[in-house]
Ligand binder design. Structure first.
Ligand SMILES: [Zn+2]
Length: 244
């Protein structure tokens, strides 16, 4: 039904269109994935200013007509994450996160946990950006924790509590993407070896806030990335770019 609605959004992608317009790929708090056109937004004195760029968190007024694209009729900034924008690695991590949301959450169903997670992750990257190396998050570890939480929010979380094939709780030695989780020594065929540290990191990532990650050696993080990639490839048919 045509009409206007207001929603909070994160701009996932902003594409130049025609003479002076932009097409926006949005993740919204109220309606999941929405695409919109912002007419005249590239004119020098556009009322939208510079805020229709990737990673901006905005309050948008959108008009829904007969077209598949909504039309942006009003925009105000909730958070521009300014420090993130001047930090190359943080910017790259934000781009990979938005790309993962685009691939994994393509539905118009609202998914508030996924929306809140994306906002928290961008805020964390923004806080850690800039010169302060002491408080800087390990971008690879935090990027993997984000992906695991996103997989959970999208309904594709791997089984971590017991063997995904037989239910045995002890003797977990491997991970199988096709089985959808960790597997025990008797069921490991088709899986790849998973260290105790990698298993612990995944369990902790899902149990704790994203800012409170455990440390994990690089080898364990590589196993975690492989576990997430194979789970999403088998069960969501989605292939994500590498995390860092
Ligand atoms: Zn088993």
């Amino acid at each position: 039904m045509p009409g206007s609605f207001k929603t909070e959004v994160i701009v996932l992608r902003s594409i130049r269109y025609g003479e002076a317009d932009r097409i926006l790929h949005l993740y919204t708090a109220e309606r999941g994935r929405v695409n919109a056109i912002a007419k005249g937004s590239r004119r020098p004195r556009s009322r939208f200013g510079g805020r229709l760029e990737p990673f901006f968190r905005l309050d948008l007024m959108l008009h829904e007509g007969r077209s598949e694209l909504c039309t942006v009729t009003g925009a105000s900034t909730v958070d521009g994450y300014p420090d993130l924008r001047s930090d190359g690695p943080a910017l790259d991590a934000a781009a990979r996160a938005c790309d993962a949301v685009l691939r994994l959450l393509d539905s118009v169903e609202p998914n508030r946990p996924a929306y809140n997670l994306l906002c928290r992750y961008l805020a964390l990257l923004d806080e850690g950006a800039g010169g302060d190396l002491v408080n800087r998050p390990d971008l690879r570890a935090v990027g993997l924790a984000f992906r695991l939480k996103l997989a959970l929010a999208a309904g594709f979380s791997p089984e971590l509590g017991s063997c995904a094939r037989c239910g045995e709780r002890d003797g977990i030695v491997a991970f199988s993407g096709s089985s959808g989780g960790v597997v025990c020594g008797s069921c490991e065929g088709g899986g790849f070896p998973l260290s105790h540290e990698a298993h612990e990191f995944m369990v902790a990532s899902l149990a704790r806030p994203i800012a409170e990650l455990p440390e994990a050696p690089d080898r364990a993080l590589r196993q975690v990335e492989r576990a997430i990639s194979e789970t999403l490839a088998h069960h969501a048919h989605v292939h994500l770019r590498s995390v860092a």
